[in-house]
Structures are given as structure tokens and as C-alpha cells.
Design a protein around this ligand. Structure first.
Ligand SMILES: Nc1nc2c(ncn2[C@@H]2O[C@H](COP(=O)(O)OP(=O)(O)OP(=O)(O)O)[C@@H](O)[C@H]2O)c(=O)[nH]1
Ligand SMILES: [Mg+2]
Length: 572
């Protein structure tokens, strides 16, 4: 496990030189960089610290013209090596880099005051005071400030110790089991084809893994892996990683693309987010303006809609809806920086809050709450919720997480349908997945033979003698003489007793009547008369008529003239 740390600071303040002294590797890779003594693009190097920990450094350019490259380098870092030239002191990109790191949520750092060998002591002291003041209230407030000189070696050991201590404080990368790698370089290596590099986050990658490259949606396979200059069979999160890919040519891949496994991320070209606007901005942020969004290692032209009030003033924060030109695998908590393309100035940055907004922009008020995500949908599967929020919730019902109100509504409507379905019960084949799941929550309902009906259990009135009498009576049940009226009402309410046209029946009798008619109509499909039914039931009109009325009303039978014929719900 290594930690990935980026440099930061104004142009020429000594970042690359310091990286070279710390690691023995010159991070300026290009001839043009070496000739001009200026970092243009990202550089990479690593070293082992006294404790044995591995420090991976990403060296960023300080020049404002290459800020885009700097942004590509800091999208996935845990901490920073913040560089200030003791002679020059705090400069514009010192400030801008600090703001960017803050917006991206970088939480740890060490400050190196460079070139102390060629600065007089007063200047160094002044620079210290200045730096202390500038970082007040930022994540660097408590950071150690180490005077160093990369040419004569002053303070380098002390800096190593400070970096070591910083890594102890810096939390290890999270392993969610869902790897994501924002590509910061893609090239073709002799003999092995396409290689991409980046900082792996959120999970492990193994040789032979199938991955997808977005936004192109190209299926690729991991042919080989390297981390810290060694071949690996697997690499864990928080590591600089080079992946040799099958299935894509290097010119199909650009910085800012992203590798993930299929189905593990929600892909979106629209998300809601917070936006903290920099204090230094001299105008409000409105929907007008051309914006560039920096996220992962990529740069994307975006449309922004302010949620709520129409503008966000400098030094304040608000919420925005962002429209990306491509779909990317995002998760709440992802951080980004926004710049205004026309003016080339950093506007602010924020955190993704909702990767799948449900409400219209005029109504949305996003936050990181998982309950909000559930509430806006009512029902959501455990898997879908994990994709949208990164959180694994236990299911409330079946495979679903359900908002309390939505669950109550479903249960109430289910109960009503079951009650209305009468003694025959509700055919569960007509229920959708959610309703079937909710059925399990209805303690009073039993499902027998694919039909849900109110069960006759766990009740003081269960086993009431009148129920037994009704059952025993069958098609000629007794009248409820002598039965307490309140008890009778309750028995009817619970559907332990079915009251039809003032006559009481056991629920089983209704089923038996339906089956009897089915038998009779199988023999006589053209229809049966009331008197034939009476004869088979062995009863009189008093009991036969309510039973037939019930069967007609429930679609078991239908009347045609003075005959009963098969209805749509005749048992088969
Ligand atoms: N004397 C002295 N010179 C230094 C020190 N660090 C850097 N330099 C010199 O300062 C110049 C700029 O150093 P770099 O390391 O290229 O600066 P940088 O911050 O990487 O610059 P960019 O990447 O372009 O932003 C070079 O000429 C270095 O030799 C130091 O500690 N002491
Ligand atoms: Mg440099």
C-alpha cells in the first residue's frame, strides 16, 4: 500500500527539483521541459520513506498556462507536498493551488519552504510568517513548515520525516470492491501495446479482469499490471498503477477517460452537486458563462444550472445541476473544480450529491442523504441504491429498500384489494414484484394455493363456536341467534364470517360453492338453474340465493336469463 501525494505551488518554486532530490528521478520527462527548466505535464516518481512506507509523488506544473495539467494530477491524491520559494514567498499559483486542493477535499500536507540556502535568514523568517497567515483556516493550518534546499541538501531529511508523519495521519484508500481508475496517461509500449496509467481508487484490479473504458464504452481486458515499477498480478486502491490493456489502441484513449468493471457504477451525464464559489472571484456565478469541469483526471465543457436562487455569490456556496457532454461513472462524494473557460479563472468547486436526479431543477434540493434518494423513489432495489449512493442498506422488504410512506401506501392498497377479493382471496399472479414482497409484511394474510386472503389466526375470536357452527352447517348454515352482536360484527369485519344479504356463511362455504358450481358447469356447460343448484346444495332459496349472488358478483358465475353459466373466475 502506498500513498499518492502531489506537489503544488507557483512556477519555478522548486517542486520538480525537490521531487528529484527525494526520489532520485527527474519528474520532468520531456526534452522541452528539461530544456526550458519548466514543468509542462505531470511527472511521476516514488521513494521509500524512513518508516518503510512508500511515497508516490505526482509532480504538477506551476505555470498558469498548464493549470489544466495540474488539475489532472490532483484529482485522486490523498495529500500534498506544498512548495513555497523562501525568496519569492506567496505567489498567485501558490494561492490558486491551495484553493484547488481545498475544493478537492485534500486533507493533509507538508509545506516545504525551498531555496533557503540562497535566501537570507530574515527573508526565510518573513516567508514563514506569511505562509502561516495564508494557510490559516485551511487544511494546511497545522501542517509542518520545513525549510529546505534541494541544492545543498538542507532540511531534506527533516522533510522526509515530516512526510512520513503525514502518511501516518493520512487515511488509507477505501476499498469498496468497485475499482475505478481515471486515466492520466495513455501510450503504446513496445511489445505490449496500449498502456494507461492513473491512481487506482475504490477497489482492486487483477490481471485478466474485464473492464470497460468510458466514455467510449470499449470493453478491454487487463493484460498486465505494474505498480511502483514492478509487475503485479493484482493492485489495490490508493496506488499509482499502469495497466496494459487488450482490446483498445492507445490513440482511442485520452486523459480523463476512466476504467471500471461493468455494472458496478452508475453512468450519468447529469448530476446535482454543491458548489463553493471562491472568495476571490469578482463576480457572482450564474447559469450564463461557459464552464469547464475538472473531475478525475479529465476536463469537460459543462452546462450549469443553479438550483434555488439564480446566482451564487463569491465566498458562498450553493447547489447546481451539471450537464456533462459524456456519461461518466460517478458517485456522491466525488469532487470537482469548475473554471470559467472564457476568463480562464477558477470559479470554485464542490462535491457530487446526486448522480441520478429525479426532481426538476426548480424543485431539487439535493444532499448526501440516502433516505432522500429512497424517499424520492419510494421503492428502490438494494443493488440500485448501492449504485446510486455507494451505501449498502439492508432490504426492508424482499430486495427493496422502501420509504416509510411508500410502504404504508402499498400495504394499505394491498390490504384493501385482499379484503375486497373476499373469501376466494386475491390471485397473487396479478401482483407485481413489489406487491408480492409487501405481502410478506401482512401478518394477518396467508397465501394458500396462490391466493392471498386474511387468515383466521391469533385472535380472541378465533375458534368462536359460531364459526364452527357455520362450517358444520355448510350450505345450510344456522342463523346467528344468541351470538353477541359486537362479536358478530367483529367476526364479519375480520371476514371469519361472511355476511351476504343478511345471511352468514363460513368462508370455506363460499369456496365450496364456487367449486360445486365449477363441477356442475363442467357437466352442464350450457348452464344450471337455481333449483338444480338448490338440489345439489341441499338447501332452500334462503341460502342458495345469497350464495349465487356472491358467485355472480365475484365473476365465478354469470346470469344468462334464468341460468347460471361460467364466469371469468370459475375455478378450474
Ligand atoms: N538554490 C536552490 N535552487 C533551487 C532549489 N529548488 C529549485 N531550485 C532551482 O529553481 C529552478 C526551478 O526549479 P524547478 O524545480 O524546476 O521548479 P518547479 O517548481 O518545478 O517549476 P514548474 O514545474 O515550472 O512550476 C531551477 O533552476 C532549480 O535548480 C533550491 O532548493 N535551492
Ligand atoms: Mg516543475
Amino acid at each position: 500500500m502506498s500513498h499518492v501525494v502531489s506537489t503544488a505551488g507557483h512556477v519555478d518554486h522548486g517542486k520538480s527539483t525537490l521531487v528529484r532530490v527525494l526520489t532520485g528521478v527527474d519528474p520532468d520527462r520531456f526534452a522541452e521541459e528539461k530544456e526550458r527548466g519548466l514543468t509542462i505535464d505531470l511527472g511521476f516518481a516514488s521513494t521509500q520513506l524512513p518508516s518503510g512506507k512508500i511515497l508516490s509523488l505526482i509532480d504538477v506544473p506551476g505555470h498558469i498556462r498548464f493549470l489544466k495539467n495540474m488539475l489532472a494530477g490532483v484529482g485522486a491524491v490523498d495529500a500534498c507536498l506544498f512548495v513555497v520559494d523562501a525568496n519569492e514567498g506567496w505567489k498567485p499559483q501558490t494561492e490558486e493551488h491551495l484553493r484547488i486542493l481545498e475544493l478537492l477535499g485534500v486533507g493533509h500536507g507538508v509545506i516545504a519552504l525551498t531555496k533557503v540556502g540562497i535566501a537570507d535568514e530574515d527573508l526565510v523568517e518573513l516567508a514563514r510568517l506569511d505562509v502561516a497567515e495564508r494557510v490559516e483556516g485551511t487544511f494546511l493550518e497545522e501542517a509542518p513548515v520545513i525549510g529546505v534546499d534541494s541544492i545543498d541538501g538542507t532540511g531534506i531529511d527533516e522533510l522526509r520525516d515530516a512526510l512520513d508523519a503525514m502518511l501516518v495521519e493520512t487515511p488509507d484508500a477505501v476499498d469498496r470492491g468497485t475499482p475505478r481508475l481515471w486515466v492520466d496517461r495513455a501510450f503504446s509500449a513496445k511489445g505490449s501495446g496500449t498502456v494507461v496509467t492513473g491512481t487506482l481508487t475504490s477497489g482492486r484490479v487483477r490481471v485478466d479482469d474485464d473492464l470497460i473504458l468510458y466514455p467510449q464504452a470499449i470493453k478491454v481486458r487487463v493484460r498486465g499490471l505494474q505498480s511502483l515499477h514492478a509487475e503485479r498480478t493484482k493492485v489495490g486502491p490508493g496506488n499509482r498503477t499502469a495497466i496494459n490493456l487488450n482490446g483498445v489502441s492507445h490513440d482511442q484513449v485520452t486523459r480523463g477517460d476512466v476504467l471500471v468493471r461493468e455494472g458496478e457504477w452508475h453512468l450519468t451525464h447529469m448530476f446535482d452537486a454543491s458548489l463553493q464559489v471562491l472568495d476571490s472571484l469578482d463576480h457572482e456565478v450564474s447559469r450564463r458563462g461557459a464552464y469547464m469541469l475538472y473531475l478525475g483526471a479529465g476536463e469537460h465543457p459543462v452546462r450549469i444550472r443553479i438550483l434555488g436562487p439564480s446566482t451564487i455569490a463569491p465566498g458562498t456556496s450553493g447547489k447546481i445541476r451539471v450537464h456533462l457532454p459524456v456519461s461518466l461513472p460517478l458517485l456522491p462524494g466525488d469532487r470537482f473544480v469548475v473554471r470559467e473557460s472564457g476568463r480562464a479563472e477558477t470559479v470554485g468547486g464542490g462535491e457530487v450529491l446526486d448522480v441520478d436526479p429525479q426532481l426538476k431543477a426548480s424543485e431539487a434540493d439535493p444532499d448526501r442523504s440516502v433516505d432522500r434518494v429512497v424517499g424520492e423513489r419510494g421503492w428502490i432495489s438494494v443493488d440500485e441504491l448501492a449504485l446510486l449512493t455507494g451505501e449498502n442498506r439492508d432490504a426492508d422488504v424482499g430486495q427493496w429498500v422502501v420509504a416509510p410512506e411508500a410502504l404504508q401506501t402499498s400495504i394499505a392498497s394491498l390490504r384493501e384489494r385482499i379484503e375486497q377479493s373476499g373469501a376466494l382471496g386475491l390471485d397473487t399472479a396479478v401482483l407485481d414484484e413489489r406487491e408480492k414482497a409487501a405481502l410478506e409484511l401482512l401478518a394477518e394474510v396467508a397465501v394458500v394455493g396462490g391466493r392471498a386472503r386474511v387468515a383466521e389466526v391469533a385472535d380472541p375470536l378465533a375458534g368462536h363456536p359460531f364459526i364452527d357452527a357455520l362450517r358444520a352447517g355448510g350450505f345450510t348454515p344456522p342463523d346467528p341467534d344468541g351470538v353477541d352482536r359486537a362479536e358478530l360484527r367483529e367476526l364479519v369485519r375480520q371476514r371469519q364470517v361472511e355476511m351476504i344479504d343478511g345471511v352468514c356463511f363460513a368462508p370455506e362455504t363460499l369456496d365450496a360453492a364456487a367449486r360445486l358450481l365449477a363441477d356442475m358447469l363442467a357437466e352442464q356447460p350450457e348452464g344450471v338453474t337455481v333449483s338444480e343448484v338448490r338440489q345439489r346444495m341441499g338447501n332452500t332459496r334462503k341460502h342458495a340465493m345469497p350464495l349465487l349472488g356472491y358467485l355472480d358478483a365475484n365473476g365465478v358465475t354469470r346470469r344468462r336469463d334464468n341460468l347460471r353459466i361460467a364466469g371469468p373466475r370459475l375455478p378450474t
